[in-house]
Design a protein around this ligand. Sequence first.
Ligand SMILES: NC(=O)c1ccc[n+]([C@@H]2O[C@H](COP(=O)([O-])OP(=O)(O)OC[C@H]3O[C@@H](n4cnc5c(N)ncnc54)[C@H](OP(=O)(O)O)[C@@H]3O)[C@@H](O)[C@H]2O)c1
Length: 242
Amino acid sequence: MPSLHDDAVPAAAHCLPEAVGILGAGRAGTALARAIARIPRLRPGTAAPRVVMAATRPPAAVRRHLVIHAPEAEAVPVEELAAGTELTVVAVPREDLDEVDPSLLAGPRTLAVVDMTNTWGDEPVPGWLAAHGPGDPTPGTVRIAARWAQAGLTAPVVRAFSEISHHELDGAGRTEEPRRALGVGADEPGPGRDAVAALVAAMGFEPVEYAPLDPAAALEPGGPVFGQETAGADLARALHSR
Ligand SMILES: NC(=O)c1ccc[n+]([C@@H]2O[C@H](COP(=O)([O-])OP(=O)(O)OC[C@H]3O[C@@H](n4cnc5c(N)ncnc54)[C@H](OP(=O)(O)O)[C@@H]3O)[C@@H](O)[C@H]2O)c1
């Protein structure tokens, strides 16, 4: 039975990371960067974590892209993405995950690597990530975490931000109730999951923490809460029922 905590703000402000790295500067990555940059406007007195971003194109090209799409984020070489950040968010298409080097996702301060990915339609994902038949309940994050662990990643993998569209990530964060709930899952509770939950709360969403990751299939396309504006208790129930 997964452990679930649906407190409105479960993690203290001191858990909020000082810096977040985002791999992928497309729709999802830049929407996350903008939502993080909005924290001080949403919660006056709370500083936004610094955001650094990398993509496949070189930093100079990412920088030009960010001027338009996430002007408060900094472009860095991928080798520096995790050098000084507590969280690394992976926001690249799953079909490109074989091109992601897990050794670059964690650095000396990393508390967690955040899987923001989902499989869309008939996206041609790598063989190791493909479901074993239509009824396979294993969520992609479980396979991704196992793959990265095999490659030597020791930081925990947390799943977050994958069930909300970039449009809503951009605009749905609010301080007034009701706040939209977002899942924050990991294999076990820990400081990495706490830091992600604090970030989610600071961005104006209600974090619903769960462990282990197995019920995350509820958050994938076809699952009951994917893309839905869900209250915390309903999201917790959907994760519990798996
Ligand atoms: N779009 C949404 O509403 C949404 C919401 C939640 C989650 N997601 C998930 O987020 C992921 C990305 O979706 P998206 O819509 O943002 O895709 P997208 O707009 O196509 O952007 C993909 C980004 O990933 C970068 N990239 C690809 N391979 C890479 C690699 N090996 N190393 C570094 N960067 C790499 C691309 O780099 P370049 O810019 O250099 O091409 C691009 O910036 C998907 O798994 C999706 O399911 C999407």
